[in-house]
Design a protein around this ligand. Sequence first.
Ligand code: P1T
Length: 380
Amino acid sequence: MKFNTKTIHGGQHHDPTTGSVMPPIFQTSTFAQTSPGKPIGDYVYSRTANPTRTALEEALASIENGARGLAFSSGLAATDCLLRSFKAGDEIIAMDDLYGGTYRMFTKVYNNSGIKFHYVDMNDLDNVQSLINENTKMIWVETPTNPIMKLADIAAIAKITKANNILFAVDNTFATPYLQNPLDLGADVVMHSATKYLAGHSDVVAGALITKTAELGKQLHFQQFATGATLGPMDSFLVLRGIKTLHLRMQRHCENGEKVAEFLDQHPKIKTVYYAGLASHPYHEIAKKQMSGFGGMVSFDFVSGAKQDSVAFLEKVKIFTLAESLGGVESLANHPALMTHASIPEEKRKEVGITDDLVRLSVGVEDIEDLLEDLKQALA
Ligand code: P1T
């Protein structure tokens, strides 16, 4: 199946007992057994597996071209599950620009349990190579990054991880499998905040891991069921329903994202627009190589460099809603330094370009004329 067919049919089956075309929401915690240890069907207890979650997990594996999908109660729960694979003394190399919550987990939770993190700009792969030693166990990249839209060359990093027997994980939340397939480019595991484009309607918090091999999938499923951060049946249904229109939504997110980026790029009050679709973007060539489009996330800052300009803009937008999160059908606007990335120390934020006047837009699928009009009036 090609991608647009997979979003609808990948890993899906009609319900064998009723013929239900869409998977039923199996709102049950447990499943009857005929004799101790002999369940009637394949299911025992919903933390281990639930048929609605299985339907979602098979869809996830299908759209990311992986062997196994796992659905979690949030994106951070998915990342947490992966990090439980490591022990004190292990080292992880990560991008220097990450979602604030991921950075908080690395620095405030796993650092305390003795795992060492290195944060580097992966534009220069010598930065990565020079940090590798016998303790290096994983390379973690977010590409494009939240919120500066930095990219990492997935295929080039995969060569390094394979040569050194290191696990390679990619947070594919911003790109989605519609635009980028990290497992095909050599990654071992893909993570998603399924809260975002996969679910697509800002009505659920969910996460996903998709593995290249069944063996890694089995190990991570063990961690998940042994620690418990699974996704409930109703939320699994909502994410699965969202995935069925991922390709349609992403097409419009890309069209609108490009137009918003071009508009902002020409605006006299705007200094820098961070969007990999612009020819001037430092990672434009990598984006063209590994992504089939540029998505709907656009960040920018002001010529004035003034925090009050970004705050005034965010108070004035009408169709864009000022809120955390991204990837829903509706347009959202966010102030990373004050909102989503406030947990990153100020000097670290400044190092990667998260200035106090940086604004991040999640461009939705509304009519582009209304979105541009809204930006125009708020900037005026
Ligand atoms: O919020 P949660 O579903 O736990 O996902 C965490 C996460 C992981 N990775 C990326 C790239 C993300 O953007 C997120 C969540 N981000 C936001 C809530 C935000 O507004 O940026």
